[in-house]
Design a protein around this ligand. Structure first.
Ligand code: ADP
Length: 450
């Protein structure tokens, strides 16, 4: 309202003065007065228009013209409008920048497609997983860039509830999970997530279940077969039934060992972050391991101790004993009668090394990197004959990882092997340091880490 009152007031004043002039000095004076006012108004208007156009050329840099009256109102309103525009522009810019940063930080590949499946935008991860380049490929039809048949089917189906699991078109090792999400009027967002690790874990889980089932099936079949025979046959000679019972006992023990080892592994995995440290007297531990080896060997091997260091260890006694016990048991099981087994403890620089050396059958180099995998065996039947489960070295690896230690394997086929556990300096305790590691009775295989 205020915008119009002032010019109307001025107009009314001018008309009043013109009327008074007309009455006093005649119509010529009144007309001359009006012409003068008209000229003044026109000049002023031209000047303000000029100032306005100068300001509008670069409104962000130049201050709005200073004026009063109607022109002042116009400039003020334009300036206010201008400021509002500038504020919302800068809000939009910062929102866009944030979106850009977020899109760059997102580890998943994201591609915006228009209604004809042409690329409108994509983030940097889409280069890593799909080989797309936002600048180069903008406007391209995605079907010409990613041509795998299953991808094209997935794109054409446009079934937003489905996911497509496929290999990355630029790296066959990478497994991607693709999903289409509708958005905007007719646009689609294609999201590709790297699920290689998940797939690997899933494959490991499947293998693991298959292996455990396979390991259990044989002893269960054997025991079941004997039970059936015993149930169906009434007049079995005593010697024969004794043999059946012995075999059933053997297979039952095998299943027991397997379950014990599985439970140990599962306990080690679930206690991942809780390691109860104690001082371990390595000399006492080595003596205990030697006597266990002797009872396992039943005089078939020569077993020696070579203790070159008086240092102790800091760690979980049960777990360390379980790990070293597995190495000792393997040495006895894979060394033919008459062979030698040496348990040694020494310092190497600041590290402590406990090694088990045998003069057994040895291991070909191609098997060595895989020995700590679950159920990996060089010779499956040899392992089974000697009561192996294929999990011993997997348990060793777990325990050592928890202690920051590593396993070194040196082996020559036909000559023998040395399995060395290298404990880091912070686990080695020099004599004189507070000790008191108590050695517990040697546990059954698989029960040690409990
Ligand atoms: P297993 O219960 O079969 O012994 P492990 O995990 O303890 O399982 O060992 C994996 C495989 O490594 C064994 O099946 C065997 O082939 C090989 N192995 C382990 N220790 C020795 C060794 N001292 N000498 C020869 N081969 C060994």
């Amino acid at each position: 309202m205020g915008f119009w009152w002032r010019p109307l007031g001025v107009l009314a004043g001018v008309m009043l003065v013109a009327l008074l002039l007309w009455a006093d000095s005649g119509w010529v004076a009144a007309l001359a007065f009006l012409a003068g006012i008209q000229a003044f108004v026109m000049l002023r208007r031209l000047l303000q228009e000029y100032r306005l156009s100068r300001w509008l050329e670069s409104p962000d840099e130049v201050d709005p013209p200073d004026a009063t009256g109607t022109w002042g109102d116009i400039f003020y309103r334009l300036d206010k409008f201008q400021r509002r525009q500038r504020a919302s522009r800068s809000e939009l810019t910062s929102a866009l920048e944030q979106f850009e940063h977020a899109a760059q930080a997102v580890p998943d590949a994201m591609v915006i497609l228009n209604r004809s499946d042409q690329i409108e935008w994509c983030n940097p991860a889409s280069r890593k997983y799909m080989g797309l380049d936002c600048e180069r490929d903008r406007g391209q039809f995605i079907r010409y860039l990613l041509r795998q048949a299953h991808f094209l089917e997935f794109l054409d189906a446009a079934d937003y509830s489905q996911r497509l699991v496929c290999k990355s078109p630029i790296n066959r090792e990478v497994i991607l999970s693709l999903q289409l999400v509708p958005f905007g009027t007719a646009q689609k967002l294609l999201v590709a997530r790297d699920i290689t690790d998940l797939e690997r874990v899933d494959a490991m889980r499947r293998d693991f279940i298959a292996n455990v089932s396979h390991e259990l099936r044989t002893p269960l079949t054997v025991v079941g077969g004997f039970v059936e025979t015993l149930a169906d046959t009434t007049d079995l000679p005593a010697g024969e039934s004794r043999r059946y019972f012995d075999l059933m006992l053997d297979h039952t023990r095998r299943m027991q060992h397997l379950l014990d080892d599985l439970l140990t592994l599962s306990r080690l995995e679930s206690d991942e972050h809780t390691l109860k440290d104690a001082s371990i007297n390595v000399h006492e531990l080595a003596e205990a391991l030697k006597s266990d080896a002797e009872s396992l060997s039943r005089g078939r091997h020569t077993i020696r101790l070579q203790l070159d260091s008086r240092a102790g260890l800091k760690g979980n006694l049960q777990e360390v004993r379980s790990a070293l016990g597995n190495l000792v048991s393997n040495a006895v099981r894979y060394t033919p009668d008459g062979g030698e087994i040496t348990l040694a403890w020494r310092e190497q620089g600041e590290a402590g090394v406990f090694s088990v050396t045998d003069t057994g059958e040895g291991i070909a180099p191609e098997h060595i990197p895989r020995l700590t995998e679950r159920f990996y065996r060089v010779d499956r039947s040899r392992s089974r004959e000697t009561g192996g489960t294929g999990l011993g070295l997997a348990i060793v690896k777990h325990v050592l990882t928890r202690h920051g230690a590593r396993l070194d394997i040196q082996s020559t086929p036909g000559k023998g092997s040395t399995f060395s556990v290298v404990f880091p300096a912070h686990r080695v305790q020099q004599p004189g340091a507070p000790d008191g590691g108590k050695v517990i009775p040697f546990p059954e295989r698989g029960q040690a880490a409990g």
